[in-house]
Design a protein around this ligand. Structure first.
Ligand SMILES: [Zn+2]
Length: 443
């Protein structure tokens, strides 16, 4: 059988199973779950793996699940990745009424297309020279830092991103090339291939003051909210020092602003990201932010506790793999419907993967509305679920056909930015906790 025959079989098989793939995507959309708590979503994948009669491992980094279309074949292993989690957006029309979670980033579609890719490739795997791993990964949305901090203290995780954890526990060791497609807010049948994304660190911040009656004894208290206010102004004062080319973003939310309006606020809690194009620029900005936070505390005489946790690294899309994927995307979507994007200001832990091994993170249309907002929604099931599955399946066939020539080429020409050990060391170096004043670094 030649390569074109195999491609035809895979595409036909995906079409034959269209309804089931769409149903899976829609069912995950309707049951959004938080990162490291995606038990139902993981179970839905498990049910598919059982039906496909493939070997799998579950409970990886709490909820991760990995199915092997083949395992023992000689040749490279290609990981097709789908993210399990949703995020908090109670205003979203499809938000879970109990917990406010909603699939406002389209991750449900990744799982559907991942399974679709697997269904297509299962039919032709015996003609390919390598392995295919379908990998449902937890916790891409870096949110609810307090919950993750608790998991960290319980030693259930060490890092806050699902892929970071999976790298740490060795579950990416048997994958040579990683492919993940992400939803793009574009109703059209188009695909986009970003070259890079922002790096970031997360900060969990607590201003600790002293409560007192806000009416008759405010002078006996220490107002932590005022400290935060000064700190926020001080952060804004740093902005002119950020270089345009670094694309620095400092953004935060207040998760606790006080207990009662008639009490001087004694505890303010803040979650923050410091992002930039490179991790070096992130570290520079993060130091300035720490200085501003301490300045706020100093101004009212309270304490500030800063817990910094490694975020994600810049995406480093593999050029050869991007080209191969773009060729197949053009074959499926038509000439002029695939474009490359130089840089996007968001962040993803696919970035971490692509610093260690060849990987790509293209995005595909079929959606409308800004991602993460209440307006984000799926508008074209074929584009959201089915076409990315076909593009990925065709790309894997290209990679693994004929002694996996193309796959091996990509692996050999890839220059990793870090070894796994160097990467883990870097992440460790970004984690710290400071209580100021007292200023001792505690890890
Ligand atoms: Zn996302």
């Amino acid at each position: 059988m030649n390569k074109e025959d195999l491609k035809k079989i895979a595409v036909e098989e995906i079409d034959k199973n269209r309804d089931e793939i769409v149903q899976l995507g829609n069912s995950i959309l309707m049951e959004p779950e938080e990162g490291f708590r995606e038990f139902k979503t993981s179970k839905k994948i498990e049910d598919f793996f059982k039906k496909m009669e493939i070997e799998f491992k579950s409970g990886l980094a709490i909820t991760g699940i990995k199915g092997y279309l083949s395992k023992e074949r000689k040749g490279p292993s290609i990981g097709i990745i789908g993210e399990l989690d949703a995020l908090f957006n109670p205003e979203h029309p499809l938000a879970d009424r109990k917990n406010g979670l909603a699939h406002a980033c389209g991750h449900f579609a990744q799982i559907a297309s991942m399974i679709g890719t697997g269904i297509g490739l299962a039919k032709v795997i015996n003609y390919l020279d390598g392995n295919v791993v379908l990998f449902g990964v937890p916790a891409e949305e870096y949110i609810n830092l307090e919950f993750r901090e608790r998991l960290r203290k319980e030693e259930k995780i060490k890092f806050f991103g699902g892929k970071q954890e999976l790298i740490r526990i060795g579950e990416f060791d048997d994958i040579d090339i990683a492919i993940m497609t992400h939803a793009q807010s574009s109703p059209e049948r188009k695909a986009f291939i970003p070259e890079s994304s922002n790096s970031f660190v997360g900060k969990n911040i607590k201003f600790i003051g002293k409560a007192s009656h806000a009416g008759y004894a405010p002078f006996s208290g220490i107002n932590a909210l005022n400290a935060f206010n000064v700190a926020l102004s001080a952060i804004h004062a740093q902005r002119e020092t950020f270089r345009d080319e670094d694309a620095v973003r400092v953004h935060l939310i207040v998760t606790k602003g006080g207990d009662s309006v008639n009490i001087v606020p004694s505890e303010i809690k803040v979650e923050m990201y410091v992002r930039a194009k490179t991790i070096e620029a992130v570290e520079d900005a993060a130091l300035k932010v720490d200085r501003a936070l301490k300045g706020g505390a100093l101004s009212v005489g309270c304490k500030v506790e800063i817990t910094q946790i490694a975020g994600y690294l810049q995406l480093n899309s593999d050029k050869n793999l991007s080209q191969l994927w773009a060729n197949n995307a053009t074959a499926i979507l038509g000439e002029g419907n695939v474009q490359s994007v130089p840089h996007f200001g968001g962040s993803t832990d696919m970035g971490d993967i692509t610093n260690i091994k060849p990987g790509i993170h293209p995005s595909t249309g079929g959606f409308e509305g800004e991602p993460h907002t209440k307006d984000f929604k799926i508008v074209d099931e074929e584009m959201a679920y089915i076409l990315p599955a076909k593009i990925n399946a065709l790309t894997v066939i290209d990679l693994l056909f004929n002694n996996a020539e193309k796959g091996k080429d990509i692996i050999v020409s890839f220059r990793p930015k870090f070894t796994k050990e160097e990467y883990l060391k870097l992440l460790d170096s970004l984690n710290y906790q400071v209580l100021w004043p007292s200023d001792e670094k505690q890890v």
